[in-house]
Design a protein around this ligand. Structure first.
Ligand SMILES: Cc1cc2nc3c(=O)[nH]c(=O)nc-3n(C[C@H](O)[C@H](O)[C@H](O)COP(=O)(O)OP(=O)(O)OC[C@H]3O[C@@H](n4cnc5c(N)ncnc54)[C@H](O)[C@@H]3O)c2cc1C
Length: 408
């Protein structure tokens, strides 16, 4: 038995390896990881890891020893041979597999403007990036964040808390344009502006300039002083190994409902690098979230050990941006009707998205209880219409349903 090879030691790769052992798989499990660090969580990197020492490892190193998981750090896979069923690593090692799982994640989209390579310009993806940005933040006075996405807004609030003047420059007409509804966004934006972040939307960055290091950002709306620029303008899947090996790829490795490559059933792909069919989406989707990475890794491991369930888990996500906790449950599409509902305290707000008059997604600001109620209802596929929610909330509906149950 040659066992399972997992390419990538991130959140999804860890989930595959740990769930294989938890499900009783007793063949060899090898994780080939390009980074020098054992699997760690990325969410704290943009929220706090760079402001001081924070433990981000998912588990202590003894976890791998105790479960006989062969974790090989700092050895990137450079080629797949699907016919011989082997992978080749940078150090020249060839490793055979029965089943191969691609968990290679995503990389930051490069900033396509002159000056992007100047010292003082950074993007955040890895622990090493976070440590570099953390050092830069200790002295930065004028921070420009290019891109008003999750990572950009989280970093903006960290820089602000550290005492810097912070400007976020976003090309689209709103913040978080791919992830958050146009209805919820003004409230989110207002909260960041009230805290002191300057936000320029519908603004293109033309160039980054400076003598020997970045000193200013040239935008359509004028020139911004900057001694630190951090950009987060989206990520692209690391699917090049799959493409070079002849697997079907289209902005992510194309997989079926059980997360097997549509080209080769001995290969699976999970997490940020995979594009999968989902019953809640119109076409195949590629999701970048911890929930998706963990759940997909676990599903593939359970499939290898004999369970044949399709991947249907409810997508959910969170982002902590200073005093703003944004949470999303479900998948919204741009044509869904969105209703804003104020919470029972001024800082709370929810946006309910309806498709064909039924609830499909919920975005909340500073309202974790409503997010949890939304997750429960959407997971159970409880049909909730706009009429059901008139003048009430999901939390209140859930409480009423529980009371009715107890009385019965
Ligand atoms: C700064 C930051 C903050 C985030 N915050 C949140 C959040 O608040 N909430 C949330 O839900 N999600 C968040 N995310 C997203 C979440 O972390 C990712 O969706 C998740 O990590 C995806 O897991 P993955 O295993 O697919 O990819 P990754 O965790 O990126 O791991 C992939 C690994 O594969 C390795 N690799 C790639 N190619 C090879 C190769 N050829 N050989 C060997 N190894 C290879 C990479 O080096 C990497 O270590 C955040 C992401 C970042 C970067």
């Amino acid at each position: 038995m040659t066992g399972v090879i997992v390419v990538g030691g991130g959140q999804a790769g860890f989930s595959v390896a740990s769930t294989l052992r938890a499900s009783g798989y007793d063949g060899p499990v090898t994780v080939l990881a390009a980074e020098p660090h054992p699997p760690y969580q990325r969410p704290p990197l943009s929220k706090k890891a760079h402001t001081g020492p924070v433990r981000v490892e998912l588990v202590p190193e003894s976890f791998y020893r105790d479960r006989d998981i062969d974790l090989r750090l700092g050895d990137e896979v450079t080629a797949l041979d699907l016919t011989a069923r082997t992978v080749l690593t940078r150090t020249g090692t060839r490793v055979p597999y029965d089943h191969l799982v691609l968990a290679t994640g995503a990389r930051n989209r490069p900033l396509p403007v002159p000056g992007a390579e100047l010292p003082g310009v950074h993007a955040l993806r890895s622990l090493d990036d976070a440590l570099t940005i953390g050092r830069a933040l200790t002295t930065a006075r004028d921070v420009v964040v290019v891109g008003g996405g999750f990572i950009g807004l989280e970093l903006a609030r960290v820089a602000l808390a550290g005492g810097a003047r912070v400007t976020v420059v976003e090309l689209a007409g709103q913040l978080l344009s791919r992830a958050v509804s146009a209805e919820l966004e003004p409230s989110l934006r207002q909260r960041h502006e009230r805290a002191g972040v300057r936000i320029l939307t519908a603004t293109a960055v033309r160039a980054l300039e400076g003598e020997g290091r970045v000193e200013r950002v040239v935008t359509e709306q004028g020139v911004l002083p900057a001694d630190l620029v951090v950009y987060g303008i989206g990520a692209v899947p690391r699917d090049e190994l799959a493409r070079q090996a002849g697997l079907a790829v289209h902005d992510g490795v194309l997989v079926d409902e059980q997360l097997r490559s549509v080209t080769d059933p001995r290969v699976s792909a999970v997490g940020d690098c995979a594009r999968h069919p989902h019953p809640r989406a119109d076409g195949p989707v590629r999701l970048e979230s911890v929930q998706n990475a963990v759940d997909q890794g676990a599903l593939v491991a359970r499939r290898i050990t004999g369970s044949a369930a399709p991947y249907e888990n409810l997508p959910w996500f969170w982002s902590d941006q200073g005093d703003v906790k944004l949470q999303i449950a479900g998948l919204r599409s741009p044509s869904d009707a969105v209703h804003l509902v104020p919470g029972d305290a001024p800082e709370r707000l929810a946006a309910y998205a309806f498709r064909d008059a039924l609830l499909v997604a919920v975005e909340t600001l500073n309202w974790p209880a409503e997010h949890l109620a939304a997750r429960r209802m959407l997971e159970r596929r409880t049909p909730v219409s706009a009429a059901d929610l008139a003048g009430t909330t999901l939390g209140a509906l859930a409480r009423a349903a529980r009371t009715a149950e107890v009385r019965r």
